[in-house]
Design a protein around this ligand. Structure first.
Ligand code: AMP
Length: 217
């Protein structure tokens, strides 16, 4: 069974939601660079403050910062037997660095799960997205509304919008994805990392089933 996996796709394609579930099922760590950066911001470290200025504008955080974070995480014992990377690599140089690391360890990426969705769906998902400040659960005003408006169903925490889900930052994130991140797919193909295109439109369980079939069955 595939154990070294990447989940790839535009903002709001559902990477985080599906990655959490798949990593749990496969018992491998879910390593999401966006989550790691947000944690550094919440902790108020110098590194976090620096990253925050890029994230708020919807820009990519510089490669060397993200690489340092990721190399440290991949060296932890729980990642030695497998991992699911979410939101990384997002640039060709990040992909090269990952490829070099895999080569040094005599390992390979077993599968790239490339989620796809039309831009109108992404924009609607982002504009409705609400995150619980308490437990991080994700709701959506259009697709998965909380039972009580503004409060989390699971822990009653306050629902908030991500700092980079405002209109200007979203436009910038989509543009960065188009211009800088989509070319990384060609790198995966050249490196012979198997790419599975997954249609991410539809019911969450249905999409998860498509994703699961690509790596589990
Ligand atoms: P995400 O949670 O994956 O949507 O990431 C949120 C934001 O964190 C992105 O818009 C970027 O500003 C930053 N970020 C996350 N992962 C990376 C990465 N691999 N390279 C550069 N910036 C990243």
């Amino acid at each position: 069974m595939s154990k070294r996996l990447l989940i790839f796709g535009p903002p709001a394609a559902g990477k985080g939601t599906h990655a959490k579930r798949l990593a749990g099922e496969l018992r491998i760590p879910h390593i999401a660079t966006g989550d790691m950066l947000r944690k550094a911001i919440d902790e108020g470290t110098q590194f976090g403050r620096h990253a925050d200025s890029f994230i708020r504008r919807g820009e990519l955080v510089p490669d060397e910062l993200v690489m340092a974070l990721l190399q440290e995480r991949l060296a932890k014992p729980d990642a030695l037997q497998g991992f699911l990377l979410d939101g990384f690599p997002r640039t060709i140089s990040q992909a090269r660095a990952l490829d070099a690391r895999m080569g040094e360890q005599d390992e390979a990426i077993d599968a790239v799960l490339a989620l796809e969705a039309p831009i109108e769906v992404l924009v609607k998902r982002i504009s409705g997205r609400q995150i619980c400040a308490g437990c991080g659960a994700v709701f959506n005003r259009f697709f998965r509304p909380a039972k009580l408006a503004g409060r989390c169903d699971d822990c009653d925490g306050a629902l908030t919008q991500r700092s980079d889900d405002g209109e200007a930052a979203v436009r910038q994130r989509l543009e960065q994805y188009r211009a800088v991140t989509t070319p990384v797919l060609a790198f995966f193909q050249a490196a012979q990392w198997p790419v599975h295109a997954i249609d991410s439109v539809g019911d969450v369980d249905e999409v998860y089933g498509r994703l699961r079939r690509a790596v589990v069955d």
